[in-house]
Design a protein around this ligand. Sequence first.
Ligand code: SF4
Length: 379
Amino acid sequence: MTAPAPHPLSLTAAPFAAAYAHLKGDTRALYRDLFRQGAATGLSIDLPPIVRQLRSESPEGEVIKFVLDLGGTPLRGLSLGDASAPGTARDNATGTHASERRATSESVLIPMIGRGGIRTYTLCVSSQVGCAMGCTFCETAQMGLIRSLEPHEIVAQWFTAAHVLGIRPKNIVFMGMGEPLDNFDNVIQAIAVLTDHLGAHVAMNKITVSTVGRIDGMKKLAAQIHQPGWHRLNLAVSVNAPNDRIRSQIMPINRAMPMAELREVLLDWPKYGGAKICIEYVLIPGVNDAPEHARELAEYVAPLPACVNLIPYNPRRDSPWPAPDEADVTRFMEWLAAAGAYVKRRRTKGRDMMGACGQLGNPEIRKRKHTPLTVSSAE
Ligand code: SF4
């Protein structure tokens, strides 16, 4: 018995041509049609359906959060597909019901008005269902890690945006559910597919991998960036604290991989062109928003080719902290700039539908027992 061909969305052009050589016609043209038009003659693809779609207005356009049903094995201890059970949602796309208790990915399309008044979209993709990293301010962390996504499940999020919702994103950021470097090989394969010139053809410099600061994965990513065609891949690192004491309280990874070690890796980060490393800092009232925190953070980033991206905290469900006021954010930015840091503010979009940064996650499965942190088994 021959093994089934790999999912078409998991393949770059050459392996696709080999795996689908039995199809009639030019396989390179089929590959191009699949990714550019969303369909190719004689090829049907198994695309995870949208089970939930939420839209929210922002000053720059509509923010769209969409949830894909990844199917497969039911989550342990939970039943599948009972449309009458609590926790089911109406499917905006098909009008049917689907259980939210299945493994689902969450993605957000974020609009941005650029120069000349042109609106573009950034697609925030998930690399895992849930996350093992346990950051205390993050909704996804409340789920624990359910599983990592396969390359085609990551690419399916782009495919759905481009060919089901009809919005071709300009940028892709791995800032949805999960720690991308905890799913290294599949994330790298998905990026290879997304940037394939014959297919989706997303520019490498329009893709950002955002990590919690997994030093082992960052070293592997640095090696990948040295490969031909990869040097313009962007890096973002969630720092979120001015020192180890605070960071270890809100980000358990810091106990295994402290800030000094993280900075060593960032100092060695491959330098190509003028792209800056994005240092993400979620501003949480009463936790990391004092003037001395701004000074410490500016000192930490001073030797790095970095830009601090200040993100007003978006409260997770049952959050012990509120969102910061506009005035708190502006003041912290000014303190950072006065201390010499290059800082930008991330505009908050989609908070009202739990679609903003740090708010993705399925409330139905958030009470599951957390999986242990995987940092201790890091290579
Ligand atoms: S902030 Fe990112 S790494 Fe931390 S728990 Fe949430 S998804 Fe995981």
